[in-house]
Design a protein around this ligand. Structure first.
Ligand code: NAI
Length: 647
């Protein structure tokens, strides 16, 4: 039974037990209606406590039911039914009351919660708005300002904030059930409070609300659900509660059919499917306490911080004392920033620093369960590092490379037991970006693969397995479409047109702006290394090399594809002249490109290379490619990824 009713004297305790997260599935909805009828009919019952078993209150709708025809009772009707109770209902909340869970809680007359509970309406992340009265009840409890923030941004709030805002009647440290029973007992003789949907809206600042809405609309970059959230909130202000509820339902049902919501739900499931790697289904997660990081540059420092924040102890190795102090400083600075912004407490900051050791001697890695190499992108240097690791580490330690492009199978040959070598490709900044490509060379041991997966889980990353090829899943696709963009600018487009097309499509930044941000010198160095082995039959565009020869490395030098002034990029006639002269030098008659043509070209390349990656078995499933492009390369989440879009 998903919902059971027991009694404690005159108080009924309605318990939802639908593991793992008590989703508001059909059985739960029906169970709540049954519990309502039973408690209404029983004259001995004077109040009802609604509580959940397991680790959380109802954490949302049952997303598995999304694709299916909806079954009655629908959640909005369940919430309306609870509101109509003639006995007080008290929601007792622990864990996360999200989406439909919070809507159920708002159908109750009172809400009390555990101090660690969280509250949110994250539907916007699935391309939706709340559909069971959330947009109507929440602003009546906390005011339209907080409600807008929660509904349009989908971010949860803490119990303390919910209490201060008016969503909760009480917060307790311990014994939630006992506290809820006591609370219920105190309420039985009081008049029944007005249900949330009938409460007047608290006073609010219309000007600041309008400003917030304008900001949300402009930041949504083509995504419909945040805009719909603003519309729902506007309705709440202008309409009666009943009309606003009906309007919310219409908006919800429209969004449910919207391709954007289908795309967001695709990515939601794709991210959950990505981490399940069949090769290690039966392998117990290896023990992981101590990590070695080789190289304290941009990536090494970020990886070290990510590991520290997840409670791992980290030893960082650099090539000499100066490089080590620079690497240590990077880590210390990032942690100091986290402390300053209140992301970690003083105690935690001190604990993290004490879990961090720097060294230049590989012998300090004797205890490491996993070592991640992030030195310069050079096969020769990586080989030397792995030979040293082979000597210094315990035999079952897993050795990983963060290389962007190099052949992990080749790197693995530097150690006596190549089966313990994998790739762990992080994205910059490594302590922030969610994606981790777990690169699995032929012959990698299940233990090594499981270690990579365990690290991803520990770091709360989205781990996508990839086979070995030049650039793995993401960089291989990115290199291919960057090349296509180079062709387009040589054929007649301008960087600003390509970047604008990508932004219009929903990317946060275009490919040329991105190169200026990352530094053009890095890919230039790589191209120079590869010059000798380049396929002479393949078209080669020299413009980026020539920009670097002019010292235009990007933002850091004040100019690259653009000229930077006041922190902003401007079209630079010098670059335009260079592009035109390169086209002329190659005898190309330049022609105009439309925004559509630019995006179609980019998406076609992504899809074509994605299909090759699938055919070669580099990616396990098409949805993995979407997960990589969305989480590592700025592909707009609400478009679902290049493979979904074309499917
Ligand atoms: P970086 O140049 O910022 O850092 C490299 C660090 O390695 C330097 O601090 C250097 O002193 C150290 N190092 C060099 N040789 C060493 C040795 N023998 N022993 C110990 N330390 C040594 O480079 P970055 O950007 O951090 O890249 C590192 C690796 O990560 C490369 O393989 C790169 O392709 C890859 N990567 C880079 C990304 C990025 O966005 N920068 C993203 C993903 C991967």
């Amino acid at each position: 039974m998903s919902v059971t009713v027991t009694t404690e004297g005159a108080i009924a305790v309605v318990t939802i037990d639908n593991p793992p997260v008590n989703a508001a599935s059909h059985a739960v909805r029906q169970g709540l209606i049954d519990a309502f009828e039973q408690t209404q009919a029983d004259g001995a019952i004077r109040a009802v406590v609604l509580i959940c078993a397991g680790r959380t209150f109802v954490a949302g709708a049952d997303v598995r039911e999304f694709g299916k025809p909806p079954l009655e009772p629908h959640l909005p009707d369940v919430v309306v039914t609870l509101e109509s109770a003639t006995k007080p209902w008290i929601a007792a909340i622990h864990g996360t009351a999200l989406g439909g869970g919070l809507e159920i809680a708002m159908g109750c007359h009172y809400r009390i919660a555990d101090t660690s509970a969280k509250f949110g309406l994250p539907e916007v992340n699935l391309g939706l708005i709340p559909g069971a009265g959330g947009t109507v009840r929440l602003p009546r409890l906390v005011g339209p300002g907080i409600a807008l923030d929660m509904i349009a941004k989908g971010k949860p709030i803490t119990a303390a904030a919910a209490h201060a805002g008016g969503l909760l009647d009480d917060v307790v440290d311990a014994d939630l059930r006992g506290a809820a029973l006591k609370f219920a007992t105190e309420k039985v003789d009081l008049p029944l409070p007005v249900p949330a949907s009938a409460k007047p809206l608290p006073a609010f600042d219309q000007q600041s609300l309008s400003r917030d809405m304008a900001q949300i609309r402009s930041k949504s970059r083509g995504q419909n659900s945040p805009v719909a959230a603003c519309e729902a909130l506007t309705n709440v202000i202008k309409m009666t509660s009943a009309d606003a509820l009906a309007a919310e339902r219409d908006l919800f049902l429209t969004l449910k059919q919207d391709p954007q919501s289908l795309a967001l739900r695709h990515i939601f499931f794709a991210e959950r499917a990505a981490g399940k790697i069949p090769a290690i289904a039966d392998v117990a997660p290896p023990s992981l306490n101590s990590v070695g990081v080789i190289g304290g540059g941009t990536m090494g420092a970020g990886i070290a911080v990510a590991c520290l924040l997840s409670g791992l102890s980290v030893t960082m190795i650099e090539r000499d004392a100066d490089a080590l102090s620079a690497g240590e400083k990077r880590v210390i600075d990032i942690l100091a920033g986290s402390l300053k912004r209140g992301l970690i407490s003083k105690d935690k900051h001190a604990a993290l620093l004490s879990a961090f050791v720097g060294a230049t001697d590989y012998a300090t890695l004797g205890d490491a369960d996993l070592v991640i190499e992030a030195v310069f992108e050079s096969m020769d240097i990586k080989r030397i590092v792995f030979e040293a690791l082979d000597q210094a580490t315990k035999p079952d330690a897993v050795l990983a490379s963060n290389t962007s492009y190099l052949d992990i199978g080749e790197i693995a040959k530097s150690v006596r037991d190549p089966a313990r070598v994998i790739g762990l490709h992080f994205f910059s900044p490594a302590h922030i970006m969610k994606l981790l490509e777990l690169v699995i060379p032929d012959g990698a041991s299940p233990h090594a693969i499981a270690m990579g997966a365990a690290l991803g889980k520990r770091l709360r990353k989205i781990t996508v397995p990839s086979g070995v090829c030049d650039g793995f899943i993401g960089n291989r696709i990115m290199s291919a479409y960057r090349r296509a963009c180079d062709y387009m600018i040589e054929d007649g487009a301008l960087p600003t047109e390509v970047d604008a097309a990508m932004r219009d499509f929903g990317f946060p930044i275009g490919i040329f702006e991105m190169q200026d941000l990352a530094g053009n010198d890095i890919s230039w160095a790589m191209r120079k290394r590869q010059a000798a082995t380049r396929d002479p039959a393949q078209r080669y565009v020299d413009i980026a090399d020539k920009l670097c020869e002019m010292g235009r490395f990007g933002r850091k030098t004040g100019s690259g594809w653009y000229r930077y002034e006041d922190g902003k990029g401007h079209v630079d006639p010098e670059v335009t002249a260079l592009i035109l002269s390169e086209s002329a030098r190659k005898g190309i008659t330049r022609r105009a490109f439309t925004t559509d043509e630019i995006m179609t070209t980019i998406l076609d390349v992504m899809y074509t290379v994605g299909t090759q990656i699938l055919d070669e078995g580099i990616a396990a499933q098409a949805s993995d490619i979407d997960v990589v492009m969305v989480n590592g390369y700025g592909f707009p989440r609400w478009r679902g990824g290049p493979m979904f879009l074309k499917a």
